[in-house]
Design a protein around this ligand. Structure first.
Ligand SMILES: *[C@@H]1O[C@H](CO)[C@@H](O)[C@H](O)[C@H]1NC(C)=O
Ligand SMILES: *[C@@H]1O[C@H](CO)[C@@H](O)[C@H](O)[C@H]1NC(C)=O
Ligand SMILES: *[C@@H]1O[C@H](CO)[C@@H](O)[C@H](O)[C@H]1NC(C)=O
Ligand SMILES: *[C@@H]1O[C@H](CO)[C@@H](O)[C@H](O)[C@H]1NC(C)=O
Length: 458
C-alpha cells in the first residue's frame, strides 16, 4: 500500500469514526414521566416529510359497510341499518366469520407502494390492529385472530413494510390499545381498571413484538380514551421506545396514550380525527383525514360526492402545512386488496401537482403569516423564499394579497411555479391596507391546476 493511499485511508477511517461518534445520540435516558419524555427533540425527518398515506384495512373491509366501526355499530349500538345489512348479507352470523372472506387475492404490496410513491407520500401508516383486535401480522398474542391464521394467510404488515421501504418511503404503524370485545379488556374495565391483565398480557407484549419485528418509524396509537395513561403504562412504554428500542433515534409517536393526553403530549398531536385548526399551532401536529369524508375503512356504497375532490384534497393539504401540520391522507383498500379508482385518481392528481409545486410543501416551515382570507391564499416559507399558495384562480388574472409585512417591498424575483417568466407585481394602498397585486399569466399556459403557487424570493 502506497503512502498516499494509506494516508487517505487513515483519513477516511478518522472521518468515518468521527461521523460515527458524532452521530451517536446523547446518552440521555428518558424517564417515564412527561417532564422527561417531552424534552426529546422530535426527529426532524417527520417535520420535513409533510405528507403521509394512512391505510385502514382489515376484517371490517369485508362487510365494507358503514365504517371500520362496523362490529361496534352493529353489536354495541345495535343500529338498525346494521341489523338490516346483516339480514341481507346472510353469509355470516358473527363478525369473526367475515375474516374468512378477507381474501386479499389481488394484494400486491409493490403496486401499493408505487401508487403511494406517485402520490408524493413520504410515509405510509398501516392499521396493524384496529379496535376489533384482528392483527395484520402473525402475532403470538393474537392466536387465530390474525392475517396468517385466518383470511389472507399472509403477513400483511411484513409484506407492505418491505415494499414501502424499497420505495424509500418511511413505514409506520397504527395500533389500537383497546379491543371492543376482548374479554381480558372487558374484565379490566369492569374492575374500573384496577386490574391490568389486558395491558400486561396483551398490549405491552404485542406492542413490543410489533416494534422489534417491523421497526416502524411512526407508532400511531389509538383506542386509548376509556382508560388513563397509568392503566396503559404509556409512559413506561414510551421510555423504552425512546431509550432502548431498535427505532429509538428515528421513531415518532402521536398523542393518543390515555385520557387527557391527546393534544398534550407526544411527538406530534392529532387531537381529533380530521384536525385542521386553520391557525398556527405551537406544537407539531398532524391532520389525519380521509378521502372518503365519512369513513376510514372502504365503503362499497359510498357515493361519488362522499369523496373529496382533488381541489379539496390539495386545499386541505395546503392549509394544514401552512399552519405547521403534516397531512395523513387515508384510503381504505377493498377486501380483495384492490384500491378503488377514485382513491387512485386523487393520489395520482396529488402527485402530479406536487411534481411541479412540491418545493412549496416538502421541508418548508410556517411563515410569519398563515393566510389571507380575501384572496384564499396560504403561505409557507424556507430560507429567503416565501410561497403564496392560492386556492383559486384570481379574478381578472390579478391576485390581490394583503401585504402584511415590509418583506413584500424587497422582492427580488416572483414567479408562478412551473412557469419560467417573472410576474409583474405592484404595491397598492387601499384605505389603510397595503396590497400586493400580482399579475397572473393567461391561464392556458399554466402547468398545473387546482392550486397556484407564487414563489417570492426576497
Ligand atoms: C336491537 O334493536 C332491536 C330493534 O330496535 C331490538 O328489537 C333488539 O332487542 C335490540 N337488541 C339489543 C341486544 O339491544
Ligand atoms: C432508494 O434510495 C437509495 C439510496 O439513496 C437508492 O440507491 C435507490 O435507488 C432508491 N430507490 C428508489 C426506488 O428510489
Ligand atoms: C382528566 O382531566 C379532568 C379535568 O382536569 C380530571 O377531572 C380527570 O380526573 C382527568 N382524568 C384522568 C384519568 O387523568
Ligand atoms: C386564516 O384562516 C382562518 C381559518 O379559516 C381564519 O379564522 C383566519 O381569520 C384567517 N386569517 C386571515 C389573516 O385571513
Amino acid at each position: 500500500m502506497g503512502l498516499l493511499r494509506s494516508y487517505i485511508l487513515s483519513t477516511l477511517i478518522t472521518v468515518v469514526l468521527c461521523q460515527k461518534i458524532m452521530s451517536v445520540p446523547s446518552s440521555k435516558k428518558y424517564e417515564p414521566t412527561w417532564d422527561s419524555l417531552d424534552t426529546r427533540p422530535m426527529p426532524v425527518w417527520y417535520d420535513d416529510a409533510k405528507i403521509g398515506i394512512f391505510v385502514h384495512w382489515g376484517v371490517f373491509s369485508v362487510p365494507s359497510f358503514g365504517s371500520e366501526w362496523f362490529w361496534h355499530s352493529w353489536k354495541v349500538r345495535n343500529m338498525t341499518e346494521y341489523t338490516q345489512f346483516m339480514e341481507r348479507y346472510r353469509a355470516t352470523s358473527s363478525y369473526q366469520e367475515f375474516a374468512g372472506d378477507f381474501s386479499a387475492e389481488f394484494f400486491d404490496p409493490k403496486s401499493w407502494a408505487e401508487l403511494f410513491k406517485s402520490a408524493g407520500a413520504q410515509y405510509v401508516i398501516l392499521t396493524s390492529k384496529h379496535h376489533d383486535g384482528y392483527t395484520l401480522w402473525p402475532s403470538k398474542y393474537s392466536y387465530s385472530w390474525n392475517s396468517v391464521d385466518v383470511g389472507p394467510h399472509r403477513d400483511i404488515v411484513g409484506e407492505l413494510s418491505a415494499a414501502v421501504k424499497a420505495e424509500n418511503i418511511t413505514f409506520g404503524l397504527y395500533h389500537s390499545l383497546y379491543e371492543w370485545f376482548n374479554p381480558m379488556y372487558l374484565d379490566d374495565k369492569a374492575s374500573k381498571f384496577a386490574k391490568d391483565n389486558y395491558v400486561v398480557r396483551k398490549v405491552l407484549p404485542e406492542l413490543t413484538e410489533l416494534v422489534e419485528t417491523y421497526q416502524p418509524y411512526i407508532l400511531w396509537s389509538d383506542g386509548d380514551w376509556e382508560a388513563s395513561e397509568d392503566y396503559w403504562e404509556s409512559r413506561k412504554f414510551l421510555a423504552w421506545l425512546y431509550n432502548d428500542s431498535p427505532v429509538k433515534d428515528k421513531v415518532v409517536v402521536n398523542d393518543r396514550w390515555g385520557i387527557n393526553i391527546t393534544c398534550q403530549h407526544g411527538d406530534f398531536f392529532t387531537c381529533q380525527d380530521r384536525f385542521n385548526p386553520g391557525v398556527l399551532q405551537r406544537h407539531k401536529w398532524e391532520n389525519a383525514m380521509t378521502i372518503d369524508r365519512k369513513s376510514f375503512g372502504y365503503r362499497r356504497n359510498a357515493k361519488l360526492e362522499d369523496y373529496l375532490t382533488t381541489h379539496e384534497l390539495i386545499s386541505t393539504m395546503v392549509e394544514t402545512v401552512s399552519c405547521g401540520g403534516n397531512i395523513l391522507i387515508n384510503i381504505g383498500p377493498s377486501k380483495d386488496g384492490t384500491i378503488n379508482h377514485i382513491y387512485q385518481e386523487r393520489l395520482f392528481d396529488l402527485g402530479k401537482w406536487l411534481s411541479v409545486n412540491g418545493e412549496a410543501i416538502y421541508g418548508t416551515r410556517p411563515w410569519a403569516h398563515q393566510n389571507d382570507t380575501a384572496s384564499n391564499t396560504w403561505y409557507t416559507t424556507r430560507a429567503n423564499v416565501i410561497y403564496a399558495l392560492t386556492l383559486k384562480w384570481p379574478t381578472n388574472n390579478h391576485l390581490r394579497i394583503a401585504a402584511p409585512v415590509s418583506i413584500f417591498e424587497s422582492i427580488s424575483t416572483i414567479q408562478l411555479l412551473g412557469q419560467k417568466q417573472k410576474l409583474n407585481v405592484k404595491l397598492e394602498w387601499t384605505s389603510d391596507e397595503k396590497v400586493l397585486v400580482v399579475e397572473f399569466p393567461n391561464k392556458a399556459v399554466v402547468a398545473t391546476d387546482w392550486v397556484y403557487v407564487i414563489k417570492i424570493v426576497t
